[in-house]
Design a protein around this ligand. Structure first.
Ligand SMILES: [Mn+2]
Length: 467
């Protein structure tokens, strides 16, 4: 599991891919860029568009949200003129080779896949069709979340072809912020190297201070209220009156700009709420207001990708946020902070040796279950050595819908075996539909199956680890 990453082999793949793309590019009449529907994916998309523009190649783009099979999706995109004068570049998606290879085999176009998601099957390189170039650092022991964001990979690829892409490196910073969910001083491997390189080139500005991701662009009061990383118990999702009076007691002006807090004020807040989140964060010169803040910008893109994908694709090119996007953002962070407060304070839970069940039906709206589960684990609001099952009865289908999450710590303690393996185990024994990756997934079960799951959860978890 813990292999040391093989730089040499990965860079060999990257360089070969770059050479092949450059060589063939003279014959391309069009390149179609396909990317993932999240902040990292949208950043990749714009990096690729910039590259293709600089190369003077016509391009088109599509966003893939994994709601349909690759076969159905690509059938809607492929043109009848199946020609090697067209190329496809997939960024931040495309590691589902079992599905993709049979499709690519039947086509004449060139396919370049740059992805950092784990490859689900082991297909030998020799079995790749000739028109496929597959670059994925996770095949060489790199961690797709921790070491290299999709936008980092896309940037490295593009920069080898057009070094001037450095000036678009702020896109990479957004991708890294959106995928890593970490203060910038905690980046690793390629993410860290590229970040450092862009900082030295003065592509963005780095600052140090109290990190309250989600609300750093706002006032002190709202910063504390809407911070979702870390979520601050006692402030997060609380009423304005409560937060104001706490800040008054500390003699801090609640309306002061959050990033203008001075050292003694930060210290007072830290003493009050026991947070230890001093770190570095990135500010983008190209942008104003909330869009200046790499993390908040990325979060906004992630939210918009679900609400309004065209708004996401266009806002990354804007200097200022639109009123529409601002409203959506505020609603999102305020709901999430409130849900995290409810979750950490008042919900009854059923806890076993290996798992925690929380029934949130009637307490948290179903559309928020998934994000509440994610941020409660990222913030370790519950015991990080246990798997979280959050959900409840869905009235329409009369089935139980569960968001399942674990922490990185859980993976370390359990041989890297996480949520997806447990879901497979449950489906095998109890039926139901669902899936996911190591850290996150979901399942839908009948009431009877759910009852059995709750009663025997420790066996399921242990069996999934042993198998
Ligand atoms: Mn990504």
């Amino acid at each position: 599991m813990d292999e040391t990453p093989d730089y040499r082999k990965f860079l060999e793949d990257l360089n070969n891919g770059v050479s092949k793309f450059s060589d063939l590019s003279k014959s391309f009449s069009k390149v179609v860029s396909i990317s993932h529907n999240d902040a990292d994916g949208i950043s990749c998309l714009h990096l690729m568009q910039n590259l293709l523009y600089k190369m003077n190649i016509n391009y088109d783009y599509f966003i893939y949200n994994r709601s349909v099979s690759w076969n159905n999706y690509l059938n809607g995109i492929f043109s009848k003129r199946n020609t090697n004068k067209t190329a496809f570049i997939f960024t931040d998606v495309g590691s589902n080779l079992l599905e993709l290879i049979p499709i690519i085999k039947k086509r004449e176009e060139q396919f370049f896949i740059l992805d950092h998601h784990e490859v689900e099957c082991n297909i030998n390189k020799e079995e790749y069709p000739e028109n496929l170039t597959f670059i994925n650092p996770t095949m060489y022991g790199f961690d797709g979340l921790d070491h290299i964001a999709g936008a980092t990979l896309a940037y490295m690829f593009a920069k080898k072809i057009k070094p001037k892409i450095v000036n678009q490196g702020w896109l990479t910073i957004i991708g890294i912020a959106g995928d890593s969910l970490k203060p910038m001083n905690e980046l690793n491997s390629f993410n860290k190297d590229v970040y450092q390189e862009l900082l030295e080139e003065n592509i963005f500005e780095e600052r140090e201070g109290l990190i309250l991701f989600g609300g750093m662009h706002d006032s002190v009061k709202n910063g504390l209220k809407y911070s979702i990383l870390p979520f601050i118990k006692g402030f997060g999702g609380e009423s304005d009156i409560k937060i104001k009076s706490m800040l008054d007691n500390l003699q801090i002006n609640p309306n002061k700009e959050f990033i203008k807090l001075n050292e003694s004020e930060i210290q007072k807040i830290q003493e009050k709420v026991d947070i230890n989140s001093i770190g570095r964060y990135a500010l983008l010169h190209q942008k104003q207001g909330i869009l200046q803040f790499a993390f908040e910008h990325a979060l906004l893109l992630n939210i918009l990708c679900f609400k309004n994908i065209s708004a996401a694709v266009s806002i990354i090119q804007l200097k200022n946020i639109t009123r529409y996007a601002k409203e959506i953002y505020l609603e999102y962070v305020s709901d999430l902070a409130q849900n995290l407060r409810i979750l950490s304070n008042e919900l009854p839970r059923h806890e076993t040796k290996k798992a925690i069940f929380i029934d949130v039906k009637g307490k948290i709206p179903p559309s928020n279950w998934s994000d509440t589960a994610s941020f409660s684990t990222v913030n370790e609001l519950l015991n990080p050595s246990k798997i979280l099952f959050l959900g409840g009865l869905e009235r329409k289908s009369q089935t139980i819908k569960l968001s399942i999450r674990c922490t990185r710590r859980y993976l370390e303690e359990n041989n890297g075996i996480g949520v997806n393996k447990i879901i497979s185990r449950i489906k095998k024994d109890l039926g139901g539909t669902g899936g996911g990756h190591k850290l996150a997934g979901g399942i839908r079960l009948s009431k009877a199956s759910y009852k059995r799951l709750r009663e025997n959860i420790d066996d399921f978890v242990i069996n999934s680890i042993q198998k």
